[in-house]
Design a protein around this ligand. Structure first.
Ligand code: AMP
Length: 516
């Protein structure tokens, strides 16, 4: 028997087995906050959303975009949209209006859901149906459906696209990663299994839901009826307070968030206050390699378990997992941290290989269907039956993958991808810029930060501050250079190609890998 795997399965199970349990504790005080809702209510609201989309005439396969920080409505949309055959397009709410307009248009989204805080800045971003998530304009869209009300039937298809997640890569414009129901389903099940999610877990949504569907964890914890606590804004002390108040056992985060939590923990310790979660909390970390000192502090200072995973939006994302194994039980905290600082071993059902040039390749059911409307880019990424990650590394003798560098021109700052090509494109529009190379350099807070190396046109003038300000006018702020250095020239190959590795090298001296 073959029963199609669709993301609707996760909420169906959560609501069937745990209808009365608290499903989501929404951000208190946020406009349109739903407060605490049960799994039964979550299912009714998701079904209500599908009914409302039926009424709007949005057909299966059509796209519904959402621009929102973490919120209960976002979680409901994972099912209200995808479980009934439509395609969710989660968009990074930190992008600027022009960038978001591009994604809405490129994905052909007929519906655009906008958080109230983004409403004014995105006034000019439109779609056929534009709905503000303020609890009033969207009241009908998220109204719980009566038990008997059934949306238009959709023939479940595990190979249908569940979401299109735009990601910044090696091109100036972001690409739409099409994740199928099968991709999301297998990723969530394998992730949930390696992290050992149980129905006793309480999950804190520190990871942005837009980022690869919160890495698939929202699906996994929903199926097991876990309470899910929403956090809208990242603040170390607030995270600790919620962990304390709600008995949180599990969270996921990029290394920059881990650093914020460690700072808040240290401040508490200095005030003589307890740090919650000792011996109870597991934190899944990915997006960039966490420094081994950070890992050690999580285990020693907080008493939490750190599980590292590695992957990409294109792989749903889970590829490898590094969780302390019993063989390491007798190791010192420093040694364990060193072992845990590697990306890990392949998750169940994942093949990982390192090509001759060091690029990491993979084959797994989590690999995406292709980039939306970009067949050539898709073919290149999937050439030879392997997905080409653009990351470089090696496999240690004990089988653990180490990510040492990036082949692709991508900078990862605070866990979010930045295309250096996009930043270069922006700077080239400045009249004083003759040549520019944008590189990632290590940064203690964000992991990496953007640096622009600029050659000015003869006879023109522009200061570092002018160029940064110019970028801030045109790009999302997290993508803008934090420093600019003026150069007399930039090294190029005989064919005129920029030699970025040469430009980056001096800033990475003393580091054992060129990613941070
Ligand atoms: P994204 O598609 O935005 O999730 O970014 C994926 C990229 O993040 C990968 O290609 C890696 O460069 C980087 N990345 C994710 N997890 C890790 C990790 N554990 N260690 C090193 N780099 C990572």
């Amino acid at each position: 028997m073959r029963v199609p795997m669709t993301v609707g399965d996760f909420l169906r199970r959560g609501a069937l087995v745990y209808p009365k349990r608290v499903a989501v504790i929404d951000e208190p005080g946020a406009a349109g906050s739903l407060g605490a809702i049960s799994y039964g209510e979550m299912e009714a609201r998701a079904r209500g959303m599908a009914l409302a989309l039926d009424a709007m005439g949005v057909a299966p396969g059509e796209r519904v975009a959402i621009v929102s920080p973490n919120a209960a409505r976002f979680l409901i949309a994972f099912y209200g949209v995808s479980a009934y055959g439509r395609v969710l397009v989660p968009i990074n709410y930190r992008l600027n209006a022009e960038e978001i307009a591009y994604i809405v248009e490129h994905s052909g989204s007929r519906v655009l859901l906008v958080d109230p805080e983004s409403d004014a800045p995105l006034q000019r971003v439109i779609a056929e149906h534009r709905v503000v998530l303020d609890g009033v304009a969207d009241a009908e869209l998220f109204a719980p459906a009566p038990p008997a009300a059934q949306p238009e039937p959709w023939t479940p298809d595990e190979d249908a696209t569940a979401s299109i997640n735009y990601t910044s890569g090696t091109t100036a414009r972001p690409k739409g990663v099409q994740l199928t129901h099968r991709n999301c389903w297998v990723n969530a099940a394998v992730l949930g299994w390696h992290v050992a999610v149980s129905d006793r877990d309480v999950y804190l949504h520190t990871l942005p839901m837009f980022h690869c569907n919160g890495w698939g964890m929202p699906y996994a914890v929903t199926a097991l009826g876990c309470a899910q606590v929403v956090v809208r804004k990242i603040d170390g002390e607030e995270i600790l307070r919620r962990i304390e108040r709600h008995g949180v056992t599990l969270l996921s985060a990029a290394p920059a968030v881990v650093a914020a939590i460690l700072d808040a923990g240290a401040a508490r310790a200095a005030r003589g206050e307890p740090v919650p979660g000792h011996g109870r909390v597991r934190m899944v970390v990915a997006g960039a390699p966490p420094p081994s000192k950070t890992i050690e502090r999580v285990e020693v200072d907080l008493g939490w378990e750190l599980i590292q995973i590695y992957g990409l939006t294109e792989t749903s994302p889970l590829l490898t997992v590094n969780r302390a194994r019993s063989e390491w039980d007798g190791s010192t905290p420093g040694e364990r941290a060193r072992l845990l600082s590697r990306a890990g071993v392949p998750a169940l059902g994942v093949d990982v290989a390192v090509a001759g040039d060091g690029e990491i390749l993979t084959r797994t059911n989590h690999v995406f269907a292709g980039y939306w409307a970009q067949p050539e880019e898709s073919a290149a990424a999937l050439a030879g039956g392997w997905f080409h990650t653009g990351d470089e590394g090696h496999i240690d003798d004990d089988g653990y993958l180490v990510i040492a560098d990036r082949k692709k021109d991508v900078i990862i700052s605070g866990g979010e991808n930045i295309s250096s090509v996009e930043v270069e494109d922006c700077l080239y529009q400045h009249p004083a810029v003759a040549e520019v190379a944008v590189v990632g350099v290590p940064d203690p807070k964000w992991g990496e930060t953007v640096k622009a190396l600029v050659v000015l046109r003869p006879g023109t003038e522009a200061s570092e501050a002018d160029l940064i300000e110019f970028c801030r006018e045109h790009l999302a702020h997290f993508k803008c250079p934090t420093s600019v250095e003026m150069r007399a020239g930039l090294p190029r190959t005989a064919t005129g190609k920029l030699q970025k590795f040469k430009l980056r090298a001096p800033y990475w001296e003393g580091y054992d890998r060129m990613v941070h």
